[in-house]
Ligand binder design. Sequence first.
Ligand code: PMP
Length: 457
Amino acid sequence: MLRNDQLDQWDRDSFFHPSTHLAEFARGNLPQRVVTGGSGCYIQDRDGTRLLDAFAGLYCVNVGYGRSEIADAIAEQAKELAYYHAYMGHGTEASITLAKMILDRAPSHMSRVYFGLSGSDANETNIKLVWYANNILGRPEKKKIISRWRGYHGSGLVTGSLTGLELFHKKFDLPLPPVLHTQAPYYFRRPDRSMSEADFVTHCVTELEQLIETQGADTIAAFIGEPVLGTGGIVPPPDGYWPAIQAVLDKHDILLIADEVVTGFGRLGSMFGSDHYGMRPDIMTIAKGLTSAYAPLSGSIISEKLWSVLEQGTDENGPIGHGWTYSAHPVSAAAGVANLQLIDAQDLVAQAGAVGAYLNAAMADALKGHPHVGEVRGEGMLCAVELVRDADASVFFGADEKVGPRVAAHMLEHAKVIARAMPQGDILGFAPPFCLTKGQADEIVAATVQAIAATLQ
Ligand code: PMP
């Protein structure tokens, strides 16, 4: 075992951490937490500190830590066959079984699953497939993709462009030109306080229609959205939003990509967000909850309609020129099979719905009327607390005050509860593992109330 100071030095000198202030980290001004273990909803660091992980890693360890069923499946697969590729018709029992299990759970019009490694690469695949399909259909001008401000779809070149958060664009020369952004369905931050929810839905839909009209529907290939905005603030859509958006897309022959990286496999208390909100996607992006992050794996679930165009494309052009070395990696696929079996066996989707509803109700109740809480919102096992300077007048804090990060830091230090300060706005995000108990939900609520009081007194 390495000495702590040695490991800390190597960490500062060798390791490029994602989404981190690089200079401050190198100078030793940021906390360095070396995580050594996890069980249920808790992780433990090398100092023996036990933390209640109310964000399930990055909302991905859905079944909780330390599940030996998944660990054993990974070990068995690695011993039997650690790797073989999936090119040119090759496969493994694990990857084939997992594709079948995913389709058994997906909406009935979905037809095939392409496997990747991360949510970002899956969305990259999706955009390529949409472009390919429109070339096959003889409409090469129909290529633009509409995303929403505050959407999160990855950190690659196209996917970082789809992401509608300034931090992910600034100094990277993004977004790239084929990507356009429209209004997020964020009712709390509606442009005019007097708008009803229904007015606001009409406002979002009108803005989308105007964008389509200005650009020309014959230049727009697809619309991508998360059923519930995640990283952009954990924002469930207002009633009627998705059916209204779907109607506009259908009218203009624009494909819908439902990015279910966070919502897929139960986080909303339904198997998919598309089921939950009555969306009819042409492609669904899945990752995180597919393996509960026990191994990296993502997927693009393709509708029958799109699949038939892809088949036509290969009849005309030969094998599809798209593939990763690690597509359908057998070890990750084995983790996926074991994970989905565990979710079924323990009825974890229902538990996410029930305990998530309890967490949301308890949080809303505890913070009702708080002068600095603008909104408590959520769906299933997703919950957010939006902090504001003045709840009555809806005045926000300045970004430089870092209120969200300070409250989250207080929770971590004093209550040993991990909440996530979402990257844009003073929003505390909660997305615990589905095995959360009501007692642990109460702990999260108490820690939140206490940290807000201590930080904003
Ligand atoms: N889509 C959504 C909705 C996500 O939340 C994320 C990651 N938080 C991604 C895509 C990108 O996934 P990854 O980080 O695995 O590339």
